[in-house]
Design a protein around this ligand. Structure first.
Ligand code: ARG
Ligand code: ZN
Length: 468
């Protein structure tokens, strides 16, 4: 190495060291010594999901998609508040290429390591300060295969694409704090080729033609939303509109191929929502509806906020009841961690049991006994799914619903229905844990229910008989 290049190498090494130490620019704004936010929120099942050091209040996504090439062009504007003095912070992003980033209008340094994107602003951000980060990115978004084998993230469909994100797939189409503990409002603006539609969460605030003949739609989801509940369906859709509960706009979008076979049930959405509010309390959102895709496009249904997504064959009465019930349990009250997912699935399953009790002459007791006899329901305690691949296993749904039925048996119908509506009222638009739930139920009961929790919620063994 000659002298000249040695000097250059030394300068590079110094710059790298300064960058690593977080020194570039820090303190320039007045002596704050921030540290980097954590790369995950230590979720017991998904430790790398989410990020520490800030709270997002709003995502504004501006996207355009071309189904012919599969390419997505995106710009994410993230409004957040620092919860520590920050020298840098992370966003979760799976795949895609980042073209640039700013923080409060100034270019930010970008580093990428796998699914972690690190933004280092020129100046540290003070604890408590609100800031705005923008990320421009593009690429062909990935389909994520979960450890249980199901597909999420960005799915290409026969005529477009579908984004679904439980538990981690939303990072495949926008950078963010992708853990349910950080909920935010969303504004999603999407441009698609002529003849196609883009359907997302919340209220459609505008739909207009661009100069080159494409269509831009703007969706506004005002109430806090966990990122796993964000959705985007692009393709040819037949849409129907109606009004539910007197004031709530209903928008259903369905692949034209399955429009006829799903029409009758789509028309019943308002009456099912009416029944749901009688049992679960006021509907938590400003809009409702459904998106129905072909079976080849998606193999399951998901409770995406305000507008659940279905495959055609999953679009039946009990699944519609299930996904609408999730709007209270899961969407308005979201799990504090992924371990708490039984709080979503138990209530949504119990809603199916209640619906069958009210309209199909099947008492919930009958479904409870069926679930009790189902050996698959006893693989693990619902409050303690051992692995990520167990998130959607039978114990979470069936044994979770059995826990609720045991509460009903123990406390009687009056207290049980008080809990059904009281729990989502207590944590409306927030997040809650299993411990929050057991404490809440005991407060309604006015007594300790430790034995019930030990046996039904946390116990490893199947009880001898269903009244234990
Ligand atoms: N939460 C969905 C339901 O309503 C199921 C989602 C399944 N997703 C998955 N990645 N396995 O039951
Ligand atoms: Zn569910």
């Amino acid at each position: 190495m000659n002298r000249r290049s040695r000097v250059r190498a030394g300068a590079v090494a110094l710059t790298v060291a300064l960058l690593a130490a977080g020194c570039t620019g820090s303190g320039a704004g007045g002596g704050v010594r921030g540290t980097p936010g954590a790369a995950g929120v230590r979720d017991p099942l998904y430790p790398r999901l989410g990020n520490g050091g800030y709270d997002v209040s709003r995502y504004a996504l501006t996207l355009s998609y071309d189904p012919a090439t599969g390419r997505l062009d995106g710009r994410a504007e993230i409004t957040a508040k620092a919860t520590q003095d920050l020298s840098a912070f992370n966003l979760d992003l799976t795949g895609l290429t980042v073209r640039g980033a700013t923080v409060d209008g100034a270019p930010a340094a970008v580093n990428r390591a796998g699914n972690e994107l690190t933004l280092r602003p020129r100046e540290d951000i003070d604890d408590g300060a609100e800031f705005r980060a923008t990320v421009t990115y593009d690429g062909v978004p990935e389909t994520v295969t979960d450890s249980d084998g199901s597909e999420e993230g960005w799915l290409r469909t026969a005529d477009g694409a579908l984004a679904v994100g439980q538990p981690a797939g939303s990072a495949a189409w926008f950078p963010g704090n992708h853990h349910p503990s950080d909920k935010a409002a969303y504004d999603i603006t999407v441009t698609v080729p002529a003849g196609l539609k883009a359907v997302s969460n919340g209220v459609l605030t505008s739909e207009r033609k661009t100069a080159d003949g494409r269509t831009t739609s703007v969706w506004h989801a005002a109430e806090p939303m966990a990122s796993y509940l964000a959705t985007l369906a692009i393709g040819r859709f037949d849409t129907t509109t109606a009004t539910a509960l007197g004031t709530v706009p209903v928008l259903t979008a369905v692949d034209p191929v399955v429009a006829a076979e799903t029409a009758a049930l789509r028309a019943r959405l308002p009456e099912i929502l009416e029944w749901a509010t009688e049992n679960f309390g006021p509907y938590p959102f400003a809009a409702t509806g459904a998106i129905v895709e072909r079976d080849d496009d998606l193999g399951y249904a998901l409770e995406t906020q305000t507008r659940p997504v279905f495959s055609a064959s999953s679009f039946d009465t009990s699944t519609l009841v299930h996904e609408l019930a999730h709007q209270w349990y899961g969407d308005s009250v979201s799990p504090a961690t992924w371990k708490d997912i039984w709080l979503n699935e138990s209530f949504a399953t119990y809603a199916e049991w209640l619906y069958a009790e009210d309209f199909e002459d099947t008492p919930a007791q009958k479904n409870f006994e069926r679930a009790f006899a189902n050996e698959a329901a006893w693989a693990f305690p619902p409050a303690e799914p051992p692995r990520a691949e167990d998130l959607f296993a039978t114990p979470v749904y069936r044994r979770g619903a059995m826990v609720l039925h045991r509460i009903r048996q123990e406390l009687g119908d009056d207290a049980f229905f008080e809990i059904l509506a009281g729990w989502p009222a207590e944590h409306r638009h927030g997040t809650a844990s299993t411990e929050d739930f057991t404490r809440y139920v005991e407060s309604v009961a006015g007594r300790d229910l430790g034995k019930l929790w030990d046996v039904w919620l946390y116990g490893d063994e199947k009880p001898e008989n269903p009244t234990d």
